[in-house]
Ligand binder design. Structure first.
Ligand code: COA
Length: 385
């Protein structure tokens, strides 16, 4: 297996982009990544695109071909990958495998979603397809409802409180204030979260990630070649993926994501590292409870301690282990783009280019991307080369 590195990244601002189409969003991010990598687009040998539900949201499918076409990269192979909200992470992993296997040397990865052209009910239906259509969505279980079940059980089993979940959102809104690409730029308090209306009890509006338009892109390169092109390379030292049952009913426990635990274990083994070696994490916080479960399942805190650790500031920018310095999914979650955006953030952090939200001394970062309610999980570990 050959070593793979990142040589350039780009992203759009996340938010409601009434003036930009799906293709304009992904093109903007891709061109920025090519420019940042300082390569000629002709050096790219393949394209991998993450996108979850563009047909539902915009009517446009065939996103692989669309990206190559927009970038003038025909006739290169260009493939769309769909794994719900983990589409971006899975696209990155497949691009990584295409280089590590020796098939390609330089590959572009994009992630995109444009979610605000439909109303919230239609969006909920499109997102609900990431769960089990027959046993969950058909009966009205939306994604906030599925995560609400996990939250309720976590509260029951471990004493996690609504205030502890609110602390996740308060932290991520704070970090998002320092990120010019965020959907929201507003500090919130625990009281604000507690007063925001219930979406699916115990989850309230401010416990949820929003509906978002946006795109992100990265350029991957075989590490030997990458070092010749740039003296500031970020290496992907682990890439792992795991699956679990589509429906929550099939699981032994709903207070943990087994796929996250398995992918994390494999990634740590591959990188020959342990959680305490990681300097920062971009974790999948589609709902506040999801971040609490993630920091436990990834091994940063004991099961049941995630809420307390967040409340105590251990996951803040200057805490023991900064979680979501970008502001996370709470600051915008264009589902197909999120997994790629996490990598963009880690790249900037590991190169010391993250501005006001820079984690001091960041050398090793972990990205954790989840599809649906945990049926797919992808973990990547990156190190400044
Ligand atoms: N966080 C913070 N503010 C939010 C927000 C969020 N998640 N969602 C909406 N807002 C704000 C809006 O900016 C707006 O503010 P304004 O009045 O100052 O303009 C206000 O709240 C109302 O927004 P609106 O668009 O009417 O909200 P909505 O009721 O249509 O949608 C949710 C709110 C929570 C239902 C929707 O964002 C949602 O479905 N989120 C979950 C997405 C999801 O499931 N993703 C997949 C995860 S696996």
């Amino acid at each position: 297996m050959r070593s793979v590195s990142i040589i350039g990244v780009g992203r759009t601002k996340f938010g409601e982009h009434w003036g930009l189409s799906l293709r304009e969003l992904v093109t903007e991010a891709a061109l920025k990544s090519i420019e940042a990598a300082k390569i000629d687009g002709k050096e790219i040998q393949a394209v991998y695109g993450g996108c979850m539900a563009s047909g539902h949201f915009t009517g446009q499918e065939h996103i692989g071909a669309l990206i190559a076409d927009q970038l003038g990269l025909n006739p290169l192979p260009s493939t769309r990958l769909e794994a719900a909200c983990a589409s971006g992470g899975v696209a990155l992993r497949n691009a990584y495998l295409s280089i590590s296997s020796g098939e390609h040397d330089v590959v572009a990865v994009g992630g995109v979603e444009k979610m605000t052209e439909v109303d919230v009910g239609q969006a909920g239906f499109a997102l609900g397809g990431a769960g089990d259509q027959e046993t969950e969505l058909f009966h009205g279980a939306t994604f906030p409802a599925l995560y609400a079940l996990m939250a309720r059980k976590h509260m029951e089993e471990y004493g996690t409180t609504e205030e502890q979940m609110a602390a996740v959102s308060v932290k991520n809104h704070h970090n998002g204030m320092l990120n010019p690409y965020s959907q929201f730029h507003r500090e919130i308090t625990i009281e604000d979260v507690m007063k925001s209306g219930y979406v699916a009890s115990p989850l309230k509006l401010l416990d949820c990630s929003p509906l978002t338009d946006g795109a992100a892109a990265v350029i991957l390169c075989e590490t030997g070649k990458a070092k010749k092109l740039s003296d500031n390379v970020v290496e992907i030292i682990a890439s792992a993926q795991a699956s679990d049952t589509l429906a929550l009913t099939g699981r032994k426990s709903i207070t943990e994501l087994m796929a996250t635990k398995v992918a994390a274990k494999k990634a740590f083994e591959q990188a020959k590292l342990k959680p305490s070696d990681i300097d920062l994490v971009e974790a999948h916080d589609c709902f506040s409870i999801a971040e609490i479960m993630a920091i436990e399942d990834l091994g940063f805190f004991k099961k049941g301690d995630g809420g307390k650790a967040t409340e105590e500031g251990k996951t803040a920018l200057d805490g023991e282990i900064p979680i979501n310095p970008s502001g996370g999914l709470k600051m915008g979650h264009p589902v197909g783009a999120t997994g790629v955006k996490q990598i963009v953030e880690l790249f900037w952090q590991l190169r010391g280019e993250a501005g006001q939200r820079q984690v001091k001394g960041a050398e090793i970062g972990l990205a954790h991307n989840v599809g649906g309610s945990g049926a797919t999980a992808v973990v990547h570990i990156l190190r400044k080369a």
